[in-house]
Design a protein around this ligand. Sequence first.
Ligand code: UDP
Ligand code: MG
Length: 315
Amino acid sequence: MLISLIVPCFNEEESLPTLFSALKEISTEVKQADSTKDFEYIFVNDGSSDKTLEVVKNFAADCSAVKYISFSRNFGKEAAMYAGLEKAKGEYVAILDADMQDPPSLIPQMIKALDNNECDIIAARRVTRVGEPKIRSFFARMFYKLINKMCEIEIADGARDFRLMKRNVVDAILKVNERQRFSKGIFSWVGFKTKWIEHENVERVAGETKWSFWKLFKYAIDGIVTFTTAPMRLATYCGFSSALAAFIYMLYYFIRAIILKIYNEVPGYPSLLCFILFIGGLILMALGVLGEYIGKIYIEVKHRPIYIEGESNIE
Ligand code: UDP
Ligand code: MG
């Protein structure tokens, strides 16, 4: 039985040697226990500007189980994962980061869980965020709370992309071939029985994280917009409640004029200004929300490929 290990790599020349030797060690261990198991390693070079591709090519020269695909430019981790899943031929398929933050040592027990038919997907979840900036952890928690409130699907806090899946799950994920990929959501959207392995946060072995705070923020917005239309509904509710408030306010003045005969009260300029600004803000916000969705539709209908292959040793 073939097991595919997919590694998306973007400027990972420093961490790849450590990862690859760990993976080889794990695979020998697994093969010793069960000789029917075989491995293939799929390195997806996501337009790295360092020597990542050379490093991977060296691996391939030494080991025929190493497959690589190199993108024509940086398309992002989501595209890299999709490409890897597309190329994987294994009965079981795993995705793991190049920086050792997804401990390869968990792989044998993941394989065992699938062998025992305990589940179709076995995914890693980190239960701590030590070593991560506090503010980043805080916003990450907020994001998970928010998205879980808004979407029907459940996205576990601390869930990583690190997981081992059976073939039928991979095929289901490949069918979700939208361009705006938010894999954490897609993994849960396709369903199937998922089990979690919990682990402590591990800091990356070398190099730097590719995620700035701003990039993560945009990723969070994309995640919400691609998985739920709740923000549009929120805009509708806001519009409706401010219209209702305006109506009550109008009624109040109307009654005052008829019953109390107060007609022309000149003061009220500041409150008028406040209302105009407030409503203007709401309208702009609603337009912005609408724009987010229209932008997504625009990109989706163009139907461009998810990634462009530069070179590869996979037929
Ligand atoms: N990655 C990628 N393309 C990108 C950014 C990242 O393929 O545009 C890969 C990266 O090489 C690593 C994984 O995605 O294997 C996770 O990236 P990183 O460690 O920077 O993210 P973090 O662990 O900090 O969330
Ligand atoms: Mg990392």
